[in-house]
Design a protein around this ligand. Structure first.
Ligand code: 13P
Length: 252
């Protein structure tokens, strides 16, 4: 797994064809940052179009089914995403866990399906505000990592984990740099307990209200290997501000 900072824009359920021009701007600008790995996860309807139009950035899906094919109306398999041009997929986003009642076991099944389908995978974890207030954030997140990450030979080589505290998503509230660093160390320890030394190579991204003006300090925090960006990835200007902040980390 590369150790370049990894900045991934998650468009969520946003993006019609008109957004292709924004993606093109992101792609062109990203070519100037060879030391940052940049990717977008558009809605599935745009994966193929972005794949055809992009030259410097990665393209991913926002979810996949655990199975390769079958009678699952409305679902998409990892193979289908790959066929459309994706090279990775996000699984276990808190919006899927909350709205679609996805459990850790389901997320792990999807992550393993993604690897079997030839994709890399970003597994999302993160506590709710009530869980943090109850002092259980680290325990909850460690449990999510244990239950959600893929197993099997070499699984860790195509895995990233995104820590996204639920209360920081789309709210403008960002976790403090100390809390982010502490949680990323907690996740790192869990990954090493699962994969052995190889767990130290898994990138851990932070997500939750990352913006150009807070990205530099978040990227500089211990064990932060990149960012999963929602709202700020919908405009090339704000997204590239985050990519630029990540490039400063490399320059240090
Ligand atoms: P925001 O950056 O809009 O808070 O979203 C974060 C997120 O959920 C990315 O997956």
């Amino acid at each position: 797994m590369s150790d370049l900072p990894y900045i991934v824009g998650n468009w969520k359920m946003n993006g019609l064809r008109g957004m292709l021009s924004e993606a093109r701007s992101i792609d062109r600008a990203s070519a100037r940052y060879p030391k940052v790995q940049v990717a977008l996860t558009p809605p599935a309807t745009l994966i193929h179009r972005l794949h055809e139009a992009m030259q410097s950035i990665g393209i991913g899906g926002q979810d996949c089914h655990a199975e390769e094919s079958g009678a699952y109306t409305g679902d998409l398999s990892a193979q289908m995403l790959k066929d459309a041009g994706a090279d990775f997929v996000i699984v276990g986003h808190s919006e899927r866990r909350a709205v679609h009642n996805e459990t850790d076991a389901m997320v792990r099944g999807k992550a393993e399906g993604a690897l079997a389908g030839g994709l890399s995978v970003i597994v999302c974890v993160g506590e709710t505000e009530a869980e943090r207030d109850a002092g259980k954030a680290e325990e909850i997140v460690a449990g999510q990592v244990e239950g959600s990450v893929p197993r099997g030979k070499g699984a860790e080589l195509r895995l990233s984990v995104a820590y996204e505290p639920v209360w920081a998503i789309g709210t403008g509230r960002v976790a403090s740099v100390d809390d982010v660093a502490a949680m990323h160390r907690n996740i790192r320890a869990k990954l090493v307990s699962i994969y052995g030394e190889a767990g130290s190579g898994v990138r851990i991204l932070y997500g939750g209200s990352v913006k150009p003006d807070n990205a530099a300090e978040l990227m500089a925090a211990d064990e932060v290997g990149g960012a999963l960006v929602g709202g700020a990835s919908l405009s090339a200007e704000s997204f590239m501000g985050i990519v630029d902040a990540a490039s400063q980390k490399v320059a240090e």
